[in-house]
Design a protein around this ligand. Structure first.
Ligand code: NAP
Length: 267
């Protein structure tokens, strides 16, 4: 099984690489910007693995990924679109620019990469695509409108692709993580309090969800699973959900991404 994982240099992507490496005949392709991290992770895996250091928002990125696959692997059984980030800001502060850069990575880069790799996924069928969205793609909180917009968009597009690609035997699944402690989403504020610590899960659990939504054939998978209730409540009791989330911690949740030094102070 040849599997390509974007955002494989840390967090959920790194854990997914480690989990997939235990599958029979696994052969992995790791993609992110930090080459030193990718190289180290690839060399520690118990299966063959190659890596490509590329900024997925770049114009040439999808073509470079395809060329790498054709040169080193020549098929693709699983595409995990996981690279993503959150730049916290209320719209009044961050404006269109914050929405633009969030969509560029979390939505546009995923769509552009999938477009270029879809013919290879079809010719390798049965195959699968997993798009790592978020529970924030079902419910929005103050201070994370740009992030929610990108993940709502990703889920809508993924649902349509799921239906469209079924006849081609390319399964398309969505993973909707809640709070997972990673480099980019440390969840330090939640972990600091006994009352909220239980809300935070691990990258290993998210990696299992990726397998369920990919080779496991599930259309969508929340992780931790009870986060599904939040999405249901948003539909059934929207007023109550808004009141509860209105007192939430989105405004004080810190986020960051590893290769982007300019982001070190973003909230
Ligand atoms: N952790 C959570 O609580 C949580 C909750 C819901 C959804 N998610 C989603 O899960 C996914 C993984 O996030 P994570 O929590 O594992 O965070 P993370 O540890 O920060 O991982 C993000 C990954 O994306 C890569 N990346 C960022 N910008 C990139 C770019 N321009 N080009 C290529 N790669 C890029 C990063 O690598 P480089 O810096 O090396 O490029 C890194 O490997 C994201 O889509 C995120 O939205 C996470």
């Amino acid at each position: 099984m040849v599997a390509l994982i974007t955002g494989a240099s840390s967090g959920i992507g790194e854990a997914t690489a480690e989990r997939l490496a235990r599958e029979p005949d696994a052969e992995l392709v790791l993609v992110a910007r930090r080459e030193d991290r990718l190289k180290k992770i690839a060399s520690d895996l118990p299966c063959p693995a190659t890596w490509l250091a590329v900024d997925l928002t770049g114009t040439e990125a999808p073509g470079r990924v395809l060329a790498h696959l054709q040169e080193h692997h020549d098929r693709l059984d699983l595409l995990v679109n996981n690279a993503g980030a959150a730049w916290r800001a209320e719209f009044g502060e961050g404006g269109w620019e914050n929405v633009r850069r969030t969509m560029e990575l979390n939505f546009d880069a995923t769509v552009r990469l999938t477009e270029v790799l879809l013919p290879l996924l079809r010719s390798s069928a049965p195959s699968s695509i997993v798009n790592v969205a978020s529970t924030a793609g079902r419910v929005a909180r103050g201070g994370s409108g740009a992030y929610s917009a990108s993940k709502f968009a990703l889920i809508g597009w993924t649902d349509a692709l799921h239906l469209e690609e079924a006849p081609n035997r390319v399964h398309v699944g969505t993973v909707l993580p809640g709070f997972i402690e990673t480099e980019g989403f440390p969840a330090a504020e939640l972990k600091a309090k006994l009352a909220t610590r239980w809300l935070v899960s691990t990258p290993d659990k998210a990696a299992e969800a990726v397998l369920d939504a990919g080779p496991g054939g599930q259309a969508e998978r929340y992780v931790p699973r009870p986060y599904r209730l939040v999405a249901i409540l948003r539909i059934l009791l929207p007023g109550l959900t808004r009141r509860v989330l209105g007192g939430g911690s989105a405004r004080v949740m810190t986020t960051k991404t590893g290769a982007d030094a300019a982001d070190a102070d973003r909230r």
